[in-house]
Design a protein around this ligand. Structure first.
Ligand SMILES: *[C@@H]1O[C@H](CO)[C@@H](O)[C@H](O)[C@H]1NC(C)=O
Length: 138
């Protein structure tokens, strides 16, 4: 009689592969800017490039002091990102929301995320903007 289904060896291999995939699947929590946090003058474009990829369901944490004021906005498109035009931007975190554990944002949409601070010259001169594209886990 021909045997059907998986052999014990195959089952063990499958479980091992599944376990390793699960380990990789754990969503990460990442502080934007690392130890620099969210501040004027740090190059977040470079930081994002050095820390990519970011994955779907990962959490970004924006930590910042109350003075000088910073904020976190979601911009609608690349053009508004380039020009630092906040007229159609969505406020995510105001200047008081970056203290303590910081403001947490989960990458739970399949879209390009354009983040920027709208305070003072943060966006135009302070480099406080970054683009994140979440990747699928596998
Ligand atoms: C920030 O980093 C990006 C990527 O490395 C680079 O292209 C850009 O010139 C930098 N901006 C400044 C003002 O240094």
């Amino acid at each position: 009689m021909a045997s059907s289904g998986f052999s014990a060896k195959q089952v063990i291999l499958l479980v091992a592969v599944a376990a390793s995939l699960l380990a990789v699947t754990q969503a990460a929590t990442v502080v934007v800017g690392g130890s620099e946090n969210w501040r004027y003058g740090y190059n977040y474009t470079e930081w994002a490039a050095n820390n990519a990829p970011f994955y779907f369901e990962d959490t970004l944490v924006f930590k910042y002091e109350q003075t000088p004021a910073h904020s976190v906005y979601l911009l609608p498109n690349l053009w508004s990102y380039w020009t630092c035009d906040f007229s159609k931007a969505k406020l995510l975190a105001n200047p008081t929301q970056g203290q303590g554990d910081g403001y947490k944002f989960v990458l739970n949409q399949w879209r390009v995320f354009y983040f920027a601070s709208a305070e003072g010259n943060d966006c135009k001169d302070g480099l406080m903007k970054l683009i994140i594209v979440p990747w699928p886990r596998y």
